[in-house]
Design a protein around this ligand. Structure first.
Ligand code: PLP
Length: 388
């Protein structure tokens, strides 16, 4: 084998593979989570202007100073978090790079990292890279439809080797928004076991039915032990710009910044300039974003229910986990591939989100961050499931 032992353990990303399948067979792509509608004109103009104005060289490794100021200000205004732009912020190539930089910054080989399952697939390779062991806590849909976890299962997983817990809320793939009480329990365990919370809050502004996003860093005793991660991809519909940021107390941020420096040097400078424009958009922008996604969610839930899926209603983010056992007794991978190839709608089989395949056998995930026309076309094609 000429490839490293470490990368041999990486899974191929099934999410990105499904996008390739969708392109090959001309399926409507409800697999990977990127919008097919335009980004706001004002920020596209800001990026184009930045290139013309020659913001075309490396920026300071941890991000342009005015962008770090805007990020610190954003956390202060929205969450009353006290963030020093000079020492507590790093701008990376997406939340994805922030997450691996955070892990490299604080996790040692042999440490354990707690992770809720199902999980966003990049957390697991990040454990391989840092030679740490993921310890899973199950999220399950409760009787009222919301996903939840067993507090005792969470308590049991914390031990002397636990270094960090990944808290992704709003959560991909389930759409769960962790409640204040749930975060409080996580916080108590982190404090009791001297554990660092690494968060993924990339969907913080996409919530439904009044669900409230709470950064765990705002809970008592957590600011000093949390690396808070978010970014522009989802809030501003610019997933291809690769712009994300992390904030943490200076003593944690030191390691995160070093890891980032040697991975990517800096995020794209002209896009950082446009990032400043993004963070100064007013509340109306966020209200509209939420309203538009609420409409897409309703449409997508209805579209899935009418052909026999059993979707779990998400409280946040833009995905729906749906049980397909009333439609087919195939496994998730076979069904997912057939959905793309025969029905013409690509979704993601449940497997990449679970460590135990038996939990994902009847589950697929749909992304609904799409134009109305795209969702309407998908609805029409899904009728083919009824005719089989
Ligand atoms: N975190 C979660 C939970 C995601 O769902 C995604 C993208 O789908 C990302 C991170 C990637 O974010 P970014 O584009 O900022 O790297």
């Amino acid at each position: 084998m000429r490839t490293s032992i470490r990368t041999q353990r990486f899974p191929e990303s099934i999410i990105r593979e499904m996008t390739r399948v969708a392109l090959d067979v001309g399926a409507i792509n409800l697999s990977q989570g990127y919008p097919d509608f335009p980004a706001p004109q004002a920020i596209k103009d800001a990026a184009a202007r930045a290139i013309q104005d020659d913001w075309n060289q490396y920026s300071v490794t941890w991000g342009l100073k005015p962008l770090r100021d805007a990020i610190a200000d954003h956390y202060r205004r929205r969450y009353e978090m006290d963030v020093n732009p000079d020492t507590d912020v790093v701008v990376c190539c997406g939340a994805t790079e922030c997450m691996i930089a955070a892990m490299l910054g604080v996790v040692n080989p042999g440490d354990e990292v707690v992770c809720f399952e199902p999980y966003y697939e990049s957390y697991i390779p990040n454990c391989f890279i840092t030679q740490s062991t993921p310890r899973f806590v199950s999220l399950r849909p409760a009787a009222d439809g919301a996903w939840t976890f067993d507090p005792d299962e969470l308590r049991r997983v914390f031990n002397a080797k636990t270094k960090a817990i990944i808290v992704n809320s709003p959560h991909n793939p389930t759409g769960k928004v962790f409640t204040r009480d749930e975060l409080q329990l996580i916080a108590e365990l982190c404090i009791a076991h001297d554990v660092i919370a690494i968060t993924d809050e990339i969907y913080e502004f996409i919530t439904y039915d009044g669900a409230q996003h709470t950064p765990i860093a705002t809970l008592p005793g957590m600011a000093e032990r949390t690396i808070t991660i978010s970014g522009m991809s989802k809030t501003f519909s610019v997933t291809g710009w690769r712009l994300g940021y992390a904030v943490a107390p200076a003593d944690l941020m030191v390691g995160v910044r070093k890891a980032h420096d040697f991975m990517s040097v800096c995020a794209a400078t002209p896009l950082q300039v446009a990032g400043i424009a993004m963070l100064t958009l007013g509340d109306d922008y966020y209200r509209q974003l939420r309203e538009d996604y609420a409409q897409r969610r309703e449409f997508a839930l209805e579209m899935l229910r009418e052909v026999g899926f059993k979707p779990v209603t998400p409280e946040g983010a833009y995905y729906i986990m749906a049980d397909f056992s009333a439609i087919s007794d195939e496994d998730d991978i076979t069904f997912g591939l057939r959905m793309a190839q025969e029905i013409g709608v690509a979704c993601v089989p449940g497997s990449p989100f679970f460590s135990r395949p038996e939990r994902s056998r009847n589950i697929v995930r749909f992304a609904f961050c799409k134009k109305r026309e795209t969702l309407e076309q998908a609805r029409e094609r899904l009728q083919r499931l009824k005719r089989r």
